[in-house]
Design a protein around this ligand. Structure first.
Ligand code: NDP
Ligand code: GDR
Length: 324
């Protein structure tokens, strides 16, 4: 029997790399897109090297906002599943680069949906949505929670969510959005606060005078473990009853608490090292963001099992080993 083919837009990022590994383990052929890979194919994608999948995944350089380029990919590979994970994914940077952010999210979503509609693609399409669409959550966010995005990134993800829903309802496309809360792994870049804290806390252990500069420590986030979120994406995309879902742990934690656990695990006192940096306070900051995991558990029997302490231990362990 020929292998199933999966197409992963944004295969070089944290989720793209982890998802590709998972699909390869299930004997899928994985075709991924990246702007990083040069036409000569000699350039390496760091996350693929870390996971040891460089040689197993077919990475193509593709302008995913271009109709013909996406259309050619779908026609050539006829994937059974498509995952759109590509995005300028930093909320903070979206204030500096709103045009790029909207283009990478809204234009790409619309392009993939339009191609699918026009070529009559009937495979399954998963789109990475974001908890940022809700803004502040007053209670655990369900799919019905009021939406009040406060960043260009959140606005882009809200538009993408609405587009996917319309194409599902108007044209019967098999497309869904996973509304994803924060999920972490060692593949995260230092743009994101969890990797920044782990990396810098280890520097503090080496050099007692080292300082870690952070923004608002009072924000609360629902941090999960990326590897298990990837399983959720696949369950959603293969579900008989295709619908948008909230993917989260349901457990909010203050950033201050996250910092204190990291430093405590390294036998340090975070108060000796952390300095508040007003420039890192965001305009339009979301104070508390957490979701309701009930629907995913009920519909797909998916739940986040890895708790925050374990996430932190895994992140520290990976960083220490990679620095040896
Ligand atoms: P990453 O930032 O790690 O990866 C993003 C991917 O998008 C990269 O492969 C990159 O590919 C591609 N990309 C970046 N900028 C652009 C651009 N301007 N145009 C086209 N492609 C671009 O993100 P994650 O893996 O963490 O997240 C995956 C998806 O899930 C994203 O859509 C993100 O917004 C969403 N999400 C993530 C959450 C999380 O906690 N991780 C939570 C909620 C939503 P390359 O540079 O190789 O072209
Ligand atoms: P977020 O992740 O904006 O939630 O987006 P990030 O790790 O950047 O910020 C989390 C929270 O920490 C606060 N913060 C800082 N953040 C960064 N990056 N650096 C700092 O020094 C710092 N100090 C405090 C932030 O203000 C914020 O409140 C992630 C991305 O994966 C998105 O793509 C995704 O949609 C959301 O999660 C859900």
């Amino acid at each position: 029997m020929s292998k199933k083919i999966s197409l992963v837009l944004g295969c070089s990022g944290q989720d793209g790399a982890l998802l590709s590994l998972s699909l390869l383990k299930q004997n899928h052929e994985v075709v991924g897109t990246s702007r990083k890979i040069e036409k000569d194919k000699l350039s390496k994608i760091i996350n693929h090297s870390i996971l040891g999948i460089d040689k197993d995944i077919r990475v193509v350089n593709c302008d995913i906002t271009n109709f013909d380029e996406i259309s050619n990919l779908i026609e050539k590979y006829k994937p059974s599943e498509v995952y759109n994970l590509a995005a300028q994914s930093s909320v903070g940077k979206s204030f500096e680069y709103p045009q790029e952010t909207l283009k990478s999210i809204v234009n790409v979503t619309l392009n993939l949906l339009e191609v699918s509609r026009q070529v009559g693609y009937n495979g399954n399409l998963f789109f990475a949505g974001s908890s940022e669409v809700f803004g502040d959550t007053k209670s655990k966010a369900t799919i019905e929670h009021k939406q009040k995005p406060v960043s260009p990134y959140g606005i882009a993800k809200q538009t993408s969510l609405n587009l996917v829903k319309s194409y599902r309802e108007l044209y019967n496309l098999n497309c869904i959005t996973g509304i994803l809360f924060n999920h972490e792994s060692p593949l995260r870049s230092k743009n994101f606060v969890t990797q920044k804290i782990i990396t810098e806390a280890l520097l503090c252990r080496k050099n007692k005078l080292h300082k870690l500069r952070l923004g608002n420590l009072n924000i609360e986030r629902d941090w999960g473990w990326a590897e298990e979120f990837i399983d959720g994406f696949q369950l959603m995309n293969r579900s008989v009853n295709l619908k948008d879902q909230i993917v989260c742990t349901g457990r909010p934690t203050k950033l201050k608490k996250f910092v204190s656990i990291v430093f405590q695990k390294l036998n340090l006192n975070w108060r000796d090292h952390v300095v508040l940096e007003p420039n890192f306070f965001r305009k339009g900051e979301i104070k508390k963001s957490y979701g309701d995991p009930w629907q995913m558990k009920n519909d797909l029997n998916w739940e986040a099992k890895v708790n925050l302490e374990t996430i932190i231990e895994k992140l520290i362990e990976f960083k220490i080993n990679s620095c040896k």
